[in-house]
Design a protein. Structure first.
Length: 536
């Protein structure tokens, strides 16, 4: 069943307007011969059009109501348009139609769910020459008594396209493909920036969920929703730098180099992947990470402890590159990061910042593949009062949830001194800009410790977490941070905080676990990549 079948089943093609119900491809194509043709709606319906009808009509432009798409080409967003000769069509907003007389153009509305609203927009502009893909396709199927279209599963289509790329496309020696848990973030961001300062002959490609994502000059973006283009870029890249798993439809060629950075820093609190007993109940996850360990060439680690835990978590026996934690390099630029964060959120520079960064919990009903955010039990008012009394000054509390549950705090009512920073892409900039950090089980606690920021732990579900969530690699009470299981305990820990004693404890802890961050890890990784390319 395809998107048209589903819409017909829901009777979305039935309208009170007969002129819409009677639209046909024949009438549209006849009018299109004499006029400029504009596609309206760069989504699934547009993909359907390019898959079946793009040879019939030449497009002169594309319109969409989603602003982030403006200025990009259709083949950058629609997978079915990728590689098609007539798909280099730029996307604009509806005002672009004002450059043409109404009798010069005809509009093909490809949106399946919002065609009525789009038609109203066009008529409001005095544009009445338009046709709906859904209506025309429903009529065509009815006239031909056509059965439901049998469409291959998307994974099969992707596998076939990946195989085609491997057979027909050459690997490009200077191309590096990056993909991270968040758009242009994490270790890959800092490795990219180090590479850009090191050489100018690279084709650096980043997978992003929005083409509106800001990247430095010298970086190309590929929209992850355009699976054809994503596969093409990945299959033709000489090097992959990922902190996620390789999609199961991707084929890794022998000549390609895969660097796995993982999405934590030089030390992590919890067991993970194949070292995590809880994953044994999730065969899909076991299968995914078992495949992964066979694809990885090198893992980038930041400490002796990190290397040992990655060998267990990935069951990896290959060469580990213990270069440090690239994303942690950002922590060593405090003034620059303070300027960015304070200006971004329009905070008075005389104020102090506390960053609260808890991690997610497993969804016990749906399984360990799914994440949820517990209710935030932190007493913001009590915390602010305590900070201002014992640490002086005016304070703002920044709340950053784990990317897997980042939107959970959006609609929560909060006082004006509490700012939701979950959408801020670079957590290291937030850590560097903040004066105090509170977490529970997130490994962000260790990055704050690298630069001796005060860290307080607040875990109201401490025992439940240890029993039912993750097994810990480090006993919780051996961490060098004050631990609280209630707001009252947290307040007490802030009151009696001894900075000198805290720093001594952190130094001893990092020495025990072999952590030696110096702000230059990304340069070492970039140098390795550069040398590898020169050796080809």
């Amino acid at each position: 069943m395809d998107s048209i079948d589903r819409a017909i089943e829901k009777r979305q093609h039935i309208s009170a307007r007969n002129d819409w119900n009677e639209q046909t491809w024949k009438a549209f194509e006849k009018e299109a011969e004499k006029k400029k043709v504009f596609l309206f709606g760069v989504g699934a319906g547009a993909g359907y059009y390019f898959d079946r009808y793009q040879k019939e009509v030449k497009l002169d432009g594309a319109i969409d109501n989603d602003g982030w798409k403006y200025g990009f080409y259709v083949d950058e967003i629609i997978p079915e348009a990728f590689g098609i000769k007539n798909s280099k069509v730029k996307i604009s907003d509806i005002c672009f139609l004002n450059e043409f007389n109404s009798d010069e153009i005809v509009v093909l509305i490809t949106s399946i769910n919002f065609y009525e609203q789009i038609a109203e927009q066009l008529e409001h502009m005095g544009r009445y020459s338009y046709y709906m893909l859904l209506m025309m396709e429903a009529n065509r199927r009815e006239q031909l008594s056509e059965k439901k279209v049998s469409k291959k599963e998307s994974v099969v289509l992707k596998e076939e396209f990946a195989e085609k790329c491997c057979k027909e496309e050459k690997i490009e020696d200077k191309k590096i493909f990056f993909r991270a848990f968040a758009d242009y973030a994490d270790h890959g961001k800092y490795i990219t920036e180090a590479l850009l300062t090191m050489r100018e002959d690279l084709d650096i490609v980043w997978s992003v969920s929005s083409l509106g994502t800001e990247v430095p000059q010298g970086v190309r973006k590929v929209y992850e929703g355009n699976w054809k283009k994503l596969i093409y870029e990945m299959e033709t890249a000489r090097i992959w730098v990922l902190d996620l798993e390789v999609p199961k439809y991707i084929i890794k060629r022998q000549e390609q180099l895969y660097l796995q950075t993982k999405h934590w820093a030089s030390i992590t609190l919890k067991k993970f992947y194949l070292d995590l007993p809880a994953f044994q109940d999730e065969p899909e996850l076991i299968s995914m990470w078992t495949r992964e360990k066979q694809l990885i060439d090198h893992i980038i680690t930041g400490s002796n402890f990190d290397t040992e835990s990655c060998r267990r978590g990935f069951e990896f026996e290959g060469e580990v590159l213990q270069y440090g934690s690239p994303r942690s390099d950002a922590l060593f630029h405090e003034e620059e990061n303070k300027k960015k964060v304070y200006e971004y959120y329009k905070i008075d520079r005389k104020s102090h910042l506390l960053l609260y960064a808890p991690t997610y919990r497993f969804d016990k009903k749906r399984g360990k593949k799914y994440a949820i955010q517990l209710s935030i039990e932190l007493d913001f008012a009590m915390l602010k009062k305590t900070l201002e009394k014992y640490l002086d000054g005016r304070w703002y509390i920044l709340v950053r949830l784990h990317p897997a549950v980042a939107r959970a705090f959006e609609k929560t009512e909060k006082p004006d001194f509490v700012i939701d920073v979950s959408a801020y892409l670079d957590s290291q900039e937030l850590v560097s800009a903040s004066d105090v950090i509170i977490s529970d089980f997130s490994s962000i606690m260790f990055e704050a410790a690298f630069i001796k920021k005060p860290v307080f732990l607040f875990a109201t579900d401490l025992q439940d977490y240890i029993v039912n969530e993750y097994e810990l690699l480090i006993p919780y009470h051996e961490l060098p941070f004050p631990i609280a299981e209630s707001n009252d305990e947290l307040v007490r820990n802030i009151k009696i905080f001894d900075e000198e004693k805290y720093r001594q404890g952190v130094d001893g802890f990092l020495k025990t676990y072999g952590v030696h961050e110096d702000g230059h890890a990304s340069e070492r990784v970039a140098k390795f990549i550069s040398n590898y390319m020169d050796s080809l």
